[in-house]
Each structure stands twice: as C-alpha cells, then as structure tokens.
Design a binder for this molecule. Structure first.
Ligand SMILES: Cc1cc2nc3c(=O)[nH]c(=O)nc-3n(C[C@H](O)[C@H](O)[C@H](O)COP(=O)(O)OP(=O)(O)OC[C@H]3O[C@@H](n4cnc5c(N)ncnc54)[C@H](O)[C@@H]3O)c2cc1C
Length: 319
C-alpha cells in the first residue's frame, strides 16, 4: 500500500508539515532521522519562536510540535532514510532499519548539519572536550575554560549559554567583527565571562585524553598562539542534508535543493521544506512556515492526482 505522504525529517519543517497534512486527513508518516527535533533540539534557549514569551528549550518545543501533530493522526517512525527512488511513481524509500515504503508524495525536510573545523585533533577529541552542542554538553564544563569557534548567532547564543557553567568562554573568530544579531553582540560584550579572540583560526586541537589547548593562527599577522581550554564548541555554520537526493533532484553548488515558489522540486509530488532548500533565513519559524507551505501544496497535489492521475513528465523532468 502506498502512503499518501512521507515526510523525511523531524525538525520544525517536518513537524509542521506533519501537523498540516494530518489536519488535512492525509494520514502522514514522518520518518524522523537520527536526530529527533533537528537542529533546534540542540539549543537550550529559544527566545524568538512566537507564542513563548518566557522562551522555551528546543527539545520542549519540538516535543510539543510532535504531540500536536500526533493529536491529529500523524505517525512517526524513528528511522533514517537511506535510499530514495524518485524516477517512478509511487516513489520508493528505504531506511537504515531495512523498511521499504511507497509514497504518492514526499516532503523533504532533512535540514542541515553543523560544519566541522577539519583540523587535527578534532575527530579524536570529539566527545572528549570537542562538542557541537552546548545544550547537550555545557553541564560537563562547570568551572572550566572553553572556546567557542564562530561569530554568528549560534556562536554567541551558545557562548552566552555556556557562561552559566564555564569560568571563561573565549569566542574565537576569524574576523575582527561579528555576524551575529546586534542584541546578542551587546549581551556577549557585556558578559564578564566572555573574552573575544579576533582574527584567529584554529590550527589544531591538542590533548591526550581530553582537550587541553587550542593551536591558533592569527590571519592578519600569521603568528601562532596557544589557548589553554578544556572544551571547544564549534559553531561555524552548516551544510544541507541532501546527499541522498544527488542525481535525482536539482540542487545548487552547496547542495541546497532547488524548488519553485510552491516548494515543488523538479519532480511533481516531491516537495522540499526548510533548510534543505533555505540557505538564507535559517530560523525555526521560517522552516516551520515552509513546512506549512509544502503540506498545503502536497494536499493540492494529492487532490489533483486523485482526479487527473500522475502528470506526464517532459524530458527535463518538469511537468
Ligand atoms: C545551536 C543552534 C541554535 C539555534 N537557535 C535558534 C533559535 O534560537 N531560534 C531559531 O529560530 N532558530 C535557531 N536555530 C536554527 C534552527 O534550529 C533551524 O533553522 C531549524 O532547526 C531548521 O529546521 P529544519 O526543519 O529545516 O531542519 P533541521 O532542524 O536541520 O532538521 C532536519 C531533520 O531531518 C532529519 N534528517 C536528515 N537526514 C535524514 C534522512 N536521510 N532521513 C530521515 N531524516 C533525516 C534530521 O535528523 C532532523 O530531524 C539554531 C540552530 C542551532 C544549530
């Protein structure tokens, strides 16, 4: 039996798509991926999601979204899609747990993942002082000195969060100015536990059993420096999780999926929502909005499918 719609990914985009398709009586199936809740579930402080004047943690927010979608009948599988076949209809999907699914439509909400530094010591010391998630690991750095790498919203937001535990938080940034929102910059500059290390990139991460120091290079002078820290939190951006769709869907050079204004990919019935295609806004509320749009378009696609059948494809794959 073919599913009406399979949603791939459980970040704000996927969870919102699940809510809307469930309320449209489409009986959606959401395959969550290995990280339930997506990136927002990595953060402890969400102050800019409407409806929560006191703020909310990322895990709480995504759990509430899930409950709301479940209330209207959305189904969840905690599995990871490992293969897709979009060249035939119904579309076929396979998962890491060995499940096979057919679907009349698919909403891709696979989002993005944090970028690694790619320096010596990073992989060896991951989980032993190197982290990509302040919410998960901040607690372990009580009274310690740590470095946060990056200069955007995530770096400052998580750096500020880490001052709750750490003795000192060094924000290491490759430029002499930050990209983060002014309000975050102001808070970070006013925080006595935060120091900035400007114009610097990480050369390597040193330590025997756990992180002991960072090797830094000043990009202006070329000079080297050592920074004694027991933790390194990396917030230098992220890349879209779209490898799975290479060769089947159009994407830009960075791998972001290409969609039209109705979030349809080049294949009718395959929609994309959130950071799998959005390389501009990168906010939970925006991804949630895209999830809503993709769900509404899926509903229209399925209604047309019922009345007219699957649209014929031109040689370039466009309807
Ligand atoms: C540390 C941090 C703090 C942030 N703080 C804020 C904030 O305060 N406010 C704000 O608005 N935004 C914040 N953001 C940004 C926000 O988290 C993202 O914009 C949002 O999560 C993107 O949602 P998404 O649904 O598009 O994708 P994601 O959240 O990236 O979710 C993608 C989902 O797809 C799943 N997936 C991937 N591949 C597969 C596969 N093959 N099969 C099945 N599932 C798959 C993943 O497991 C995940 O569940 C923050 C981001 C980070 C990293």
């Amino acid at each position: 039996m073919s599913e009406n719609v399979i949603i791939i990914g459980s970040g704000p985009a996927g969870l919102t798509a699940a809510l809307y398709t469930a309320r449209a009586n489409l009986d959606p199936l959401l395959i969550s991926g290995n990280e339930f809740g997506g990136q927002i579930a990595l953060t402890n402080e969400v102050e800019n999601y409407p409806g929560f004047p006191e703020g909310i943690t990322g895990p709480e927010l995504t759990e509430l979204m899930k409950q709301q979608a479940e209330k209207f009948g959305a189904r969840f599988e905690f599995d990871h899609v490992s293969k897709v076949e979009f060249g035939k209809h119904p579309f076929a999907l396979e998962t890491e747990n060995g499940e096979h699914y057919d679907a009349k439509s698919v909403i891709i909400a696979t989002g993005a993942s944090p970028r690694r530094l790619g320096v010596p010591g990073e992989l060896d010391l991951t989980g032993r002082g190197v982290s990509y998630c302040a919410t998960c690991d901040g607690f372990f750095f009580r009274g310690k000195d740590i470095a946060v790498i990056g200069g955007g919203d995530s770096a400052l937001q998580e750096g500020l969060f880490l001052t709750r535990f750490a003795n000192k938080v060094y924000i290491v940034h490759r430029r002499a100015e930050l990209r983060a929102q002014p309000i975050l910059q102001e808070r970070a500059r006013e925080n006595a536990r935060i120091d900035f290390v400007w114009d610097s990139v990480v050369r390597d991460i040193q330590g025997k059993d756990s992180v002991e120091s960072l090797g830094l290079v000043n990009v202006r002078t070329g000079g080297s420096a050592e920074l004694a820290v027991q933790g390194v939190f990396v917030y230098i951006g992220h890349y879209p999780n779209t490898e799975l769709f290479k060769g089947q869907l159009d994407m830009n050079q960075e791998g972001y999926l290409q969609v039209n204004e109705r979030l349809q990919t080049k294949i009718p019935g395959i929609f994309a929502a959130g950071e799998a295609h959005d390389h501009i806004f990168k906010q939970a509320i925006v991804s949630a909005g895209f999830g809503c749009m993709a769900a509404m378009e899926t509903e229209k696609f399925l209604a047309d499918l019922e009345h007219q059948g699957y649209p014929p494809l031109s040689p370039n794959g466009k309807p």
